[in-house]
Design a protein around this ligand. Structure first.
Ligand code: GRG
Length: 301
């Protein structure tokens, strides 16, 4: 671990972002170094799926928010990487034939296509358990804080989060759904993990309850905006993922059309930023990062 997020406050936006990103890539590589066994396909798939080029949105947000709340240690880096491992596990499962049946992820063949379905399932389980192991062993944090962090991650993955959202999406996505149902499913699939990220940053920074509530609103708005972004990207040729996977599925895009959804995305993004600015005097770095991530959805199609 080399980069101290707090030590790069004076850098410009681009330099700071690339430094945070580089620290994440390096730490992910270290955390998966025990699995650097070329003959063990699960180990190889863990590394390849996680280290493939993703936006790293979740760890970057966690680090920037913890930094903004005054936290100065590498705990946020490890927590962010643990969340990225959870995210990687969810993508491996999501791509499988019994779910989205995807062939391309992050510009590369999906894990089950390259290594087989058995390896894909085992890779997801191994990434998930690595993530919990990383959180539980952040020695700079008090055991009681680590326990709460593990609980936050567990809730975000399970029946209050990703698993539940994915199940709803798989079973209900092919029939007509009300906008409220879609928003609920999108929140479970995406927003809840953002909620866990802000709670984690809040917890290690010792901030007050008011801050927590505002950051939760931020996460909720961001989650809705991000799932809309993901839906709008369903037809983007350079997304690194299969295109047209949402054909026949009930999404906000199928109900409202691209232009209206893009408008709604802007509204959620503006709400997210408003919440952010209630917490931070200077939210430019996080807002700038969000604008960068969302640019593609707003200029394409
Ligand atoms: C075992 C963790 C776990 C979950 C099981 C499979 C599943 C339940 C959940 C999948 C939920 C899912 C696929 C949500 C979609 C989230 C989403 C918008 C993914 C795309 O995220 P990006 O754009 O991807 O941040 P990159 O590749 O940039 O990281």
């Amino acid at each position: 671990m080399t980069t101290q997020p707090g030590a790069i406050l004076d850098l410009g936006f681009t330099e700071r972002l690339s430094q945070v990103r580089a620290s994440i890539e390096k730490r992910l590589d270290e955390l998966l170094s025990e699995s650097r066994n070329e003959r063990d396909l699960v180990a190889l798939a863990m590394r390849e799926s996680t280290l493939a080029p993703g936006k790293r949105m979740r760890p970057i947000l966690l680090i920037l928010i913890a930094d903004g709340l005054g936290h100065r240690s590498n705990c946020a880096l490890d927590l962010g990487c643990a969340v990225e491992l959870i995210h990687a596990a969810s993508l491996v499962l999501d791509d499988m034939p019994c779910m989205d049946n995807a062939s391309l992820r992050r510009g590369r063949p999906t894990v089950h296509l390259k290594f087989g379905e058995d390896v894909a399932i085992l890779t997801a389980v191994a990434l998930l358990s690595r993530a919990f192991g990383v959180i539980a062993s952040i020695s700079e944090l008090a055991p009681s804080i680590r326990t709460q962090l593990v609980e936050l991650a567990a809730n975000a993955v399970g029946m209050k989060g990703l698993v539940s959202g994915q199940f709803q999406d798989l079973r209900d996505g092919q029939r007509s759904r009300s906008p409220e149902q879609i928003a609920l499913t999108n929140n479970l699939k995406t927003g809840v993990l953002f909620g866990a990220i802000v709670d984690m940053a809040w917890l290690i920074s010792n901030s007050d309850e008011r801050v927590r509530a505002v950051l939760q609103n931020f996460a909720l708005e961001l989650g809705q905006a991000f799932q809309m972004y993901d839906d709008l990207c369903d037809n983007c040729p350079d997304s690194g993922k299969d295109q047209g996977k949402d054909v026949g599925k009930s999404t906000f895009v199928s109900i409202y059309g691209v232009d209206k959804v893009r408008e709604q995305l802007y509204t959620h993004l503006a709400n997210a930023e408003r919440n952010l600015r209630q917490v931070f005097d200077d939210a430019d770095m996080i807002a700038g990062f969000m604008a960068m991530v969302f640019k593609k959805a707003t200029i394409t199609r």
